[in-house]
Ligand binder design. Structure first.
Ligand code: S3P
Length: 438
């Protein structure tokens, strides 16, 4: 599906209470809910393709899960309760799905094959295969000519118990950290992870919430194997709205029309774009902060303001990694230079996002210099009418749409079905704000 945006002078200031649930937390809700020995109910579960694939994979692994709208109830089967699935497990477009679930499958007494769509089949898996192999699993993957890595489909011959290892993360990746932590639940000794560069900590928070013996001392995380249980099975756990989805509307709010966003996840390992935008001079108020015992969330009141581009620090990159496409859009409307370096991981996301940002900035009439590990662009840019290919990458599609809306130009953004992987009601929200699209 291609999307056409038409200019409009009638954007409507809006209060948006329907942002979808957090994608990272929704995956973990299914996984930890399934591995616990109790029932768990989660509300505001993200009913987008990525998380629904994780849900159906655990059903295939024998876990009773019911879903009614955005409420899921998982009857956990405990650490030794997963069953041999029929056929190949399909994670669709989800890197989080395939990497975290492989961590779980590494600790099973059976073999499984897991794969995903064309984009997943080009994403590097050596980063999880190496530590999981050290822990005792055997994982066979595929090769791609000219790329020294391992790619899906992966066939995992699990082992139980696995070895507890000490592992230093070679990339700041929460997916790798989480795969090793999940495998660590099936080990015969503690698993120690050194995390030289901090990245999102949803797994640690949820493991703790489900009673795991997990602690952190500086950059060292320590997990002891042991059963999981939801301490309050009768109380539904509300998943906050996804900060990464809110990010598109935050930039709409700073560069387009006032918006108020409620219930937005404000985990400090996720909300750094907020702090970058505030440094740029954005007018954002954070009110009603709650939920600090599990996953913090709050309401963001955003009004347009003029902004200046700022320096992005290396240690901020893992915390804004998914928001860099929309940060590039904010930079187009701001004075000065945005320079993003130390972000080579962007090359191996749902698409090569450095190349994709280069494509959309150029299509909009901006000038951008690409580096191996980032890019530099100068604003402000008067956005030109444009026609751009999303490359099937949801965040590139949404960032391009927001640029067209804030630039008040006609634009065609090609291949927008991918938006369903993370933000199924994106277009409904655009309509509510008065965006003219078809
Ligand atoms: C995620 C971690 C990040 C992020 C992805 C979701 C997660 O990937 O880009 O969208 O839920 O753990 P990496 O951990 O590979 O950086």
């Amino acid at each position: 599906m291609d999307t056409r945006i038409s200019p409009t002078s009638h954007l409507i200031p809006s209060r948006i209470e329907t942002l979808p649930g957090d994608k990272s937390i929704s995956h973990r809700a299914i996984i930890l809910g399934a591995l616990s020995s109790t029932v768990s109910t989660f509300t505001r579960f993200l009913t987008a393709e990525d998380c629904l694939n994780t849900l159906s994979i655990f059903q295939k692994l024998g876990v009773p899960i019911t879903q009614v709208n955005d409420e899921v109830t998982i009857s956990g089967v405990g650490l030794d309760g997963l069953r041999v699935p029929q056929g190949v497990l399909d994670t669709g477009n989800s890197g989080t799905g395939i990497r975290l679930i492989t961590g779980v499958l590494a600790g099973q007494r059976f073999s499984t094959t897991i794969t995903g769509d064309a984009s997943i089949q080009r994403r590097p898996m050596r980063r999880i295969v190496e530590p999981l192999t050290q822990m005792g699993a055997r994982i066979a993957g595929c090769a791609i000519e000219g790329r020294a890595d391992i790619f899906p489909p992966l066939t995992i011959s699990g082992a139980f118990p696995l070895n507890g290892i000490r592992y230093r993360l070679p990339v700041a990746s929460a997916q790798v950290k989480s795969a090793v932590l999940l495998a660590g639940l099936f080990a015969d000794a503690p698993t120690l992870i050194e995390e030289p560069e901090l990245c999102r900590d949803h797994s640690e928070r949820m493991l703790k919430g489900f009673g795991a013996d997990i602690s952190r001392d500086g950059e060292l995380i320590r997990l002891s194997p042991g059963p999981l249980a939801n301490p309050r099975p009768e109380v539904p756990i509300r998943i906050p709205a996804d900060f990464s989805s809110a990010a598109f509307l935050l930039v709409l709010g700073t560069c387009g029309v006032p918006v108020t966003l409620t219930g937005v996840g404000l985990n400090p390992t996720r909300d750094s774009l907020l702090h970058v935008l505030l440094r740029m001079g954005a007018n954002i108020q954070i009110i009603d902060r709650q939920g600090d015992d599990f996953e913090p969330y709050g309401t963001l009141v955003v009004t347009p303001s003029s902004m200046d581009n700022v320096e992005i620090f290396a240690d901020e990159i893992p915390f804004i990694i998914d928001e860099i496409p929309i940060l590039a859009v904010a930079a187009l409307f701001s004075k000065g230079t945005l320079r993003v370096r130390n972000a080579a991981e962007l090359r191996v996301k749902e698409s090569d996002r450095i190349a994709a940002i280069g494509r959309f900035v150029a299509a909009m009439g901006g000038r951008i210099t690409e580096f191996d590990d980032g890019f530099e662009l100068a604003g402000p840019v008067t956005i030109q009418p444009f026609d751009v290919e999303s490359g099937g990458d949801h965040r590139i599609a949404m960032a391009s749409i927001i640029a067209a809306v804030c630039g008040n130009v006609s634009a065609t953004i090609r291949n927008c079905d991918c938006i369903n992987t993370s933000f199924p009601n994106f277009f409904e929200i655009l309509s509510m704000v008065g965006v003219a699209w078809e």
